[in-house]
Write a protein that binds this ligand. Structure first.
Ligand code: ZN
Ligand code: ZN
Length: 359
């Protein structure tokens, strides 16, 4: 018989878990493995609240195993290292993102694209190589293989920096891969939430012209004045959408709900690229005519490898980019999840884990 999460491993741990599809989170004692020779343990100080956490606690994607402790934008300090760990020391400011392990030998891993490893281990809700399940960052500490530990640049704050580990890399990686880094290119950012607002900041640092595409007129002033976007397009305003047709080189589509791609494809120039990074729970309809008629491309991208995530953190450090956050306590997480479901957050909730774990 399987052992209870509390007794699987030798180290006592404590977090907040959802037990069923209500997604309601509550205190949860469990356990973590010992620190192995190649492992790093870190005390969790802050953890971002990603839209994936919300999808997972409610089992929207159909593969949640309860109880589930979410959280994959983890920032903290190193408390213990294994004998083979030379690149980190106790006290270092570090983070853990979406992955906690991978096979390290497949083609993807050899190209530093562990995020595409078929055997990658997600930071939570994933079977680990020892057969037990992984638990995420809404908890007191985590133990991970050294390869999956990220280092925060000196000037990046850990609270506002934490969301870069998922939201940041998820928009940075497609910008690099799909060639969106040349100054002067015109990028549309569809959806101005956790991912979108970081996309605006990173794209501006690359020297792009950025237009935010959103259903909410309310966000216009902030998008331009606070985040630095060049222009703002309300997607329900058909006149303005028409006027903006064929004006963009790229669009990063961060929308996580089901939506139509056709209006977005219309905004692209000849050879334009629409890259989806949100994960709607149902398939989207793909209009073929505009793709064929103007050689447009619809692509996807799934966060990024560890090497690129470290590169992104350095880039954000250099350009002073972090997320705009609302810092919350763990006992506020259920309300925060309800607000997140309504996109009522500017722009990422981050949990002050160390100061609120036990009430
Ligand atoms: Zn995420
Ligand atoms: Zn692999």
């Amino acid at each position: 018989m399987a052992r209870s999460p509390e007794c699987e491993h030798p180290q006592k741990a404590f977090g907040w878990a959802a037990r069923d599809t209500s997604g309601h989170l509550s205190p949860f004692p469990f356990s973590r493995r010992e620190v192995g020779a190649d492992d790093v343990a870190l005390k969790i100080l802050f953890c971002g609240v990603c839209h994936s956490d919300l999808h997972t606690v409610k089992n929207d994607w159909g593969f949640t195993t309860y109880p589930v402790v979410p959280g994959h934008e983890i920032a903290g300090v190193v408390t213990q290292i294994g004998n083979n760990v030379k690149t980190f020391k106790v006290g270092d400011r570090v983070g853990v993102g979406v992955m906690a392990d991978s096979c390290k030998t497949c083609d993807a891993c050899e190209q530093d694209l562990e995020n595409y490893c078929p055997k990658k281990v997600f930071t939570y809700n994933s079977p680990g190589y020892d057969g037990t399940r992984t638990y995420g960052g809404y908890s007191d500490f985590v133990v991970v293989h050294k390869r999956f530990v990220l280092r925060f640049p000196e000037n990046l704050p850990l609270d506002a920096g934490a969301p870069l580990l998922c939201a940041g890399i998820t928009v940075y990686s497609p910008m690099k891969y799909y060639g969106m880094t040349e100054p002067g290119g015109h990028l549309g950012v569809a959806g101005l939430g956790g991912l979108g607002h970081v996309a605006v900041k990173i794209a501006k640092a690359f020297g792009l012209k950025v237009t935010v595409i959103s259903t909410s007129q309310k966000k216009e002033v902030e998008a331009i004045n606070r985040l630095g976007a060049d222009s703002f397009l309300v997607s329900t305003d058909s006149g303005k959408m028409k006027a903006a047709m064929k004006s963009m080189d790229f669009i990063i589509d961060t929308i996580s709900g089901v939506h139509s791609l056709l209006p977005l494809l219309g905004l692209l120039k000849l050879n334009g690229k629409l890259i989806t990074v949100g994960l709607p729970e149902k398939p989207l309809e793909l209009p073929i005519f505009p793709l064929v008629a103007e050689r447009k491309l619809v692509g996807g991208s799934d966060f990024g490898g560890i090497k690129e995530t470290q590169e992104m953190l350095e880039f954000c450090g250099k350009h002073n980019i972090s997320a705009d956050i609302e810092l919350i306590r763990l006992d506020e997480i259920n309300t925060a999840m309800e607000r997140l479901a309504k996109s009522d957050v500017k722009y990422r909730f981050v949990i002050d884990v160390a100061n609120s774990l036990r009430g």
